[in-house]
Design a protein around this ligand. Structure first.
Ligand SMILES: Nc1ncnc2c1ncn2[C@@H]1O[C@H](COP(=O)(O)OP(=O)(O)OP(=O)(O)O)[C@@H](O)[C@H]1O
Ligand SMILES: [Mg+2]
Length: 408
């Protein structure tokens, strides 16, 4: 180092070299900067591209999902064949087909299992016993959100249902001690919209029982050839989840009086009904399972269902009397902003005698709509009157003229 300092000439040349070095470096910096800008531009480009791909991916994923969700057919596995193939029989048309499945599925499936298949007969998924039955005919609800306070004007009916259904579930020991057989269940009957389903839900809520709801019409219509099996599954599911309340709505669909016609559909309905009666009779191993059934076609029910020992109580759920109507108006306006001058008793007198709970619910909702349409935040008596006129109009269209329609 000291050598360099002692030789000025050399020092000079090095300065020249330094200058050109700086220039070179500056050039290099410029070049690098340019490169950086270029790269940055490219980066932005790639980002845009990436975004585009991402959007496309999202779209494809959505489409894929939709494809998977599109309606699928149900088939039963008949036979497991070699080479990952299975023989299936489609429900409804009874056609048999051989289709290929994945190795895992081939391992998993057994004859008689039910599977969901798509249009091209690919097995999309296997329906396990649970999802199968539940998804198709029953809804299992751990806790319906209806309580006794949501039901108006049915005090004596509620009392009776509670005695027959709730007590055995909440207090089974009492029956054992006294040595009486706990009741099988109740059959609620009455006009549409009077609160039968509400009662069943409220009982399930009160007892912390699993609530398994099943529509008789589903049993009869959708599952040709399988009604009896479904009834068996229904009681199995209930036993697995005890305490449970089985609620068979529209029981008339499987329990109507035998008709003369001897179509296979009728025979099928008969088999379903027989299975149901069998399950109800086989009380010993039914466990903590109560049955509530409902119908608005009591006149059509088969005697076999009404025979003593099947349902312990046949409870009529009528259209509400005036006090009942007032109570129901009270319940359905609880959350509404109604004017001070409005008296639910007056409302109860305004509607005709046959007005049911579900009519009242419709009237209240409609009254709210009138207020909204008129830009008011409070519901007036006029709103209720208009609502009543509208609801009874639409009821007339469905059921023919309603007698004694008059309002204040
Ligand atoms: N007694 C009632 N108290 C309060 N609300 C009621 C009453 N009855 C009916 N409602 C209202 O009407 C609706 C329908 O009632 P629900 O489903 O219980 O009728 P249902 O008797 O089972 O009729 P269906 O025979 O047609 O099955 C309820 O969700 C509720 O809002
Ligand atoms: Mg109902």
């Amino acid at each position: 180092m000291t050598d360099t300092v002692d030789q000025p000439s050399q020092n000079n040349t090095s300065t020249v070299a330094d200058t050109s070095d700086t220039e070179e470096l500056e050039e290099e910096v410029q070049e690098l900067e340019q490169q950086l800008t270029d790269l940055h531009e490219k980066f932005v480009e790639v980002q845009t591209e990436k975004k585009k791909y991402k959007q496309r991916l999202d779209r494809v994923t959505r489409e894929n999902k939709k494809l998977k969700q599109s309606p699928m057919f149900v088939a039963t596995v008949q036979e497991l064949l070699a080479e990952q193939e299975i023989l299936i029989r489609q429900h409804g048309n009874n056609q048999e087909a051989v289709t290929e499945v994945t190795a895992e599925m081939h391992e998993e499936l057994e004859p008689q299992d039910r599977v969901a298949i798509d249009n091209s007969l690919n097995v999309v998924k296997s329906l396990t016993k649970e999802t199968d039955v539940r998804a198709q005919v029953m809804t299992v609800d751990a806790k319906p959100d209806v309580t006794y306070t949501d039901i108006g004007g049915l005090d004596s009916q509620l009392q009776e249902v509670r005695e027959t259904v709730e007590l055995p579930l909440t207090n089974p020991g009492q029956f054992e001690e006294i040595g009486v057989r706990p009741p099988n269940g109740v059959l609620l009957h009455g006009p549409p919209g009077t609160g039968k389903t509400l009662i069943a839900k409220a009982v399930a809520n009160q007892t912390d029982a699993t609530f398994i709801q099943l529509a008789g019409s589903d049993l009869a219509q959708k599952f040709i050839g399988e009604g009896a099996k479904l009834v068996r599954n229904l009681f199995e599911t209930a036993r697995e989840q005890e305490p449970a309340v089985i609620f068979i709505d529209e029981i008339d669909a499987i329990g109507t009086t035998r008709t003369e016609s001897k179509t296979s559909g009728d025979a099928e309905v008969q088999r379903t009904l027989m299975q149901l009666l069998h399950e109800m009779d086989g009380f010993e191993d039914r466990g903590d399972v109560s049955i509530i059934a409902a119908t608005n076609r009591f006149d059509m029910l088969d005697d076999a269902i009404l025979r003593p020992g099947r349902f312990d109580r046949l409870i009529e759920v009528p259209a509400p009397d005036t006090d009942g109507k007032a109570e129901i108006f009270e319940i359905h306006t609880r959350e509404m902003n109604v004017g001070d001058g409005i008296d639910t008793h007056e409302l109860a007198l305004m509607v005709d005698e046959d007005t049911t709970g579900s009519d009242i619910q419709a009237i209240c909702t409609e009254a709210g709509m009138y207020a909204i349409r008129n830009d008011r935040t409070e519901i007036t008596m006029d709103d209720f009157q208009n609502a009543y006129a509208k609801v009874s109009d639409s009821r007339e269209m469905q059921t023919g003229p309603v007698e004694g329609v008059a309002f204040a």
